[in-house]
Design a protein around this ligand. Structure first.
Ligand code: FMN
Length: 327
């Protein structure tokens, strides 16, 4: 089977954010590929309640990867095989999650601490999969004394892993400090399999700069896509020009229309009540783009119905001096 083309910009896995409605919207507005949030391999094998919802892909299964987390090579391999049997063509293993609850089970970024365990996981998941692509998402190491991404990358390459998504921070840094993309550049130079950059890519300019500097095969938007699903199309547009200032420039009405579309997708999928809470991070981030946004963010926080939110968004359509788009 031919390998799936992941495209130039991918929606990163984000727990609580990259459910079906947001993936669908990001893919519609230019993301080349997307990932489910991390899903417990063991929970998936046991058909845990909730997992089914996380796996929804609508018509987008060819553009959606499943991200699994776990620490046991056999369980990860069985879960990967089950995902492939369900039609997923890209299976990613999470090796970057810094959360204590995950790390203490030996999963997420804890895998980076144990090179032998890492090799076992890579080997056993690879051999459980025939045609599906196997990718890994890693950090630069567990802590500052064990920065081992080059070693991990080289073993990944020799184990038949198809691509590496790289967030150049150690686990101990969590989200602190700045992502060090000089490490991304080193990884890209040292291994022959595709490398994708993740970390502090908030705007199209960040993405263009990091892509040019590191020479990676593509970039991942994570926090930078929350409330801004058009960022992918905007990036593709910037990439197709020599001058990075040639931007797409959606106007405020177009952006509000996309946000409303996302809100509708979210409430259709999760129901109005759950949807109301799940849309908040998107609204919050979207509104951060406005000068004078404090007031509207506060209004959105206090809004109790979708109708009230729509009213606030509609006020913003009449952009005047008070509301200047900062992006
Ligand atoms: C709310 C949130 C949830 C995340 N969940 C996951 C996850 O499930 N799996 C994963 O590999 N990374 C996860 N990440 C990490 C992101 O995929 C990404 O690597 C990280 O945020 C760095 O990119 P950024 O600085 O551009 O946001 C999450 C990040 C955030 C902010």
């Amino acid at each position: 089977m031919d390998k799936i083309n992941l495209g130039q910009c991918i929606l990163a896995p984000m727990a609580g954010i990259t459910g079906f409605p947001f993936r669908k919207t990001a893919l519609k507005y230019g993301a080349g590929f997307s990932f489910t949030e991390m899903i417990s391999a063991i929970g998936f094998l046991h058909n845990d309640r909730g997992t089914l919802e996380l796996l929804e892909t609508g018509n987008d299964i060819d553009k959606t990867g499943i991200q699994l987390f776990g620490s046991d090579p056999d369980i990860l391999a069985q879960a990967a095989k089950k995902a492939a049997d369900k039609g997923f063509k890209v299976i990613d293993v999470n090796m970057g999650c810094p959360v204590k609850k995950v790390v203490k089970t030996g999963a997420g970024s804890a895998i980076l601490k144990d090179i032998k365990g890492f090799s076992l996981i890579a080997g056993s998941v690879r051999s459980a999969l025939k045609d599906s692509m196997l990718t890994i998402k890693i950090r630069s190491g567990f802590d500052e004394n064990s920065v081992n991404f080059l070693e991990i990358g080289k073993i990944a390459e020799s184990s038949g892993i198809d691509a590496v998504f790289f967030h150049p921070r150690t686990r101990s840094l969590m989200f602190g400090g700045a992502a060090d993309h000089s490490l991304t550049k080193r990884l890209k130079n040292e291994i022959a399999i595709p490398v994708y950059a993740s970390g502090d890519i908030f705007t199209v300019d960040d993405a263009v700069t990091i892509k040019d500097y590191t020479g990676v095969d593509g970039i991942m938007f994570a926090r930078g896509a929350i409330g801004k699903p058009w960022v992918f199309a905007d990036y593709l547009n910037a990439q197709s020009f020599d001058e990075k200032n040639n931007r797409m420039h959606l106007d405020i009405n177009q952006k509000i229309d996309i946000i409303i579309e996302l809100m509708e997708e979210i409430s259709l999928f999760y129901g109005r009540e759950r949807g109301h809470n799940l849309v908040r991070p998107h609204l919050y981030n979207f509104l951060k783009g406005f000068k004078g946004s404090k007031g509207s963010r506060c209004m959105v926080n206090n809004a109790r119905t979708e109708k009230e939110i729509l009213e606030i968004l509609n006020i913003l359509r009449t952009t005047d001096d008070e509301y200047i788009w900062l992006d």
